[in-house]
Design a protein around this ligand. Sequence first.
Ligand SMILES: [Zn+2]
Length: 314
Amino acid sequence: MALVNTKKMFEMAYKNGYAIGAFNVNNMEMTQGIVEAVAQEKSPLILQVSRGARKYAGISYLRAIIDTAVTENPDIPIVMHLDHGDTFETCKQFVDDGFTSVMIDASSKPFEENIKITKQVVEYAHDHGVVVEAELGQLGGIEEDVVGVEDIRKHLADPAQVEEFVAKSGCDSLAVACGTSHGAYKFKSEPKLAFDIIQEIAERLPGFPLVMHGSSSVPREFIDLINKYGGNMPNAMGVPEEAVGKAAKMAICKVNIDTDLRLAVTAKIRQVCVEKPSEFDPRKFLGPGREAIKEMVRHKLHVLGCAGKAAECA
Ligand SMILES: [Zn+2]
């Protein structure tokens, strides 16, 4: 199977009450860990690349790694997605590079300008068989090029605006601010996701797929390992997995996971560094890191409900 776009995946995810995991990739080991997990769990997959990843690894290396994953897993539908594209030019570049899905994030712009930029990306992308994710409202937290927001509740998506935005921009899916937040230090207390907003959007736009960013759960086991082996991450807190699972059964069809990947690999590398101080072979660090990612992703696919769904999304 060649690379696919998200159309069929989102159609099935919406209809059957699950969400597709969208995992950020920066290098070979992280990609392999993710892909081994979805192959084992027979799950559809969205691999996403940020502008930071492109800057770090270079697009040729990333494409070659993703292409290899696609070739080696003919039964797994895989989407290659740009995460947080900031301008029409960035999105165009990724479309021209063969990505099957792009995100235009003009959410920091005024409403009408966001519509205008998104529409421009939609027209170019659709001409090339590529789908577009847009963003409305402000997601809080720490992520490269994403503005932090102090009081998240004040910045949640307005369902009436969402309806107007989708109609006018023609986007294929939409990231909505529903109480999640980017990064590992999201909240001071356990967050409450705005399920009422997700539900109201679903009633206004039946069948329209929504996307949840900042949805890492920041598992306690990783934070404990990191802190045990010389790290310093006090007060890290994520979105409870039960809440993510509940949203996945609703109109949320794509759930972004980045922080949890970073935590899994960092925890494992720290552990090996401390337990085997004479070790100097990078494979002895990165190999266990890859394995930790695989196990974390396998678990996450069950939380999202997309395990075993590769065939119906193909
Ligand atoms: Zn994001």
